[in-house]
Design a protein around this ligand. Sequence first.
Ligand code: TRP
Length: 353
Amino acid sequence: MSATFNTNNKRNFLYLMNKAIVLTGITTTGTPHLGNYVGAIRPAIAASKDANVMPFYFLADYHALIKCQEPERVRQSSLEIAASWLALGLDTSNAVFYRQSDVPEIMELAWMLTCVASKGLMNRAHAYKAAVADNEQGGENDPDKGITMGLFSYPILMAADILMFNANKVPVGKDQIQHIEMARDIAARFNHIYGEHFVLPEALIEEHGATLAGLDGRKMSKSYNNTIPLFEPEKKLRKLVNKIKTNSLLPGEPKDPEDCTLFSIYQAFATPHEVLEIRKRYADGIGWGDMKQVLFEHINDHITPARERYEALLQAPEHIEEQLLEGAVKARTISVPFIRELRKAVGISRISL
Ligand code: TRP
């Protein structure tokens, strides 16, 4: 373990000040797909190798309970996500990679923040508003029908994830920007009442972490059921690539790469030179069958080494567990002293020693 995590340091993150703290969470409800890889995992792993940043990446398993009440799925997803990130080369000597539930101080902080966050702010959260709108459209008398307190106050848990480590930058998709703003709002309120404890985080929108098109041409997303799982075995991968929708132009007819799902996926895995070559083949009228073969081989070559590591990791889950526990130890060198300080700040501490 590096000196950065010396448990004797009162406020460890002060020692990290020359590094930007970049933090992001992955909700453990699904199997990672190519869209997650291109949009979030790949840029996050690249950042884990940057010596100027101190990345905190975690499995947001308490967040999973908001969406999913199937224990086996949450467990399986945690395993698959952890194995994927490790197989893809996450640098755990630089990045702190942990499971949210292994850092109980986050839950404790969530309550402290709940007590300063205004309910009106939560009323405005997109996820909550969308659920209410669904009820209203469905002609429900109770606009809150089926909405749990977990869903309602989930931006506060997310704020706790972020503020626990005083993250500067939070890489997220556009749909999460509002939550980062809420975290800033809540942090500022806490600071105003109890003194300056929190850094105000900023959202980092992945510009080049492009959104990937799915099988039907819409954004690849679990909710559209159009995904290609990241580590699909070769045969299944080929099948899925063959299912990608195209127009009905025939081989020999020139084709427009710009509105083509095959091309857009290819582009996410290819060098600029390779992209140029494929553009030429489109102009020359490459057939869809051939292009699907090109795309399959390209993705497969790209993914195969990591897929082999992934499968090996799934055979040795104790190795994954060990990495996560190590990550939690690192995280807690920060969260344990910090929560002690925060408890004191709010007036929760021993009356006498
Ligand atoms: N809510 C995020 C999502 O659904 C996941 C998440 C949980 C997260 N906690 C976080 C992201 C903290 C960034 C920071 O994508």
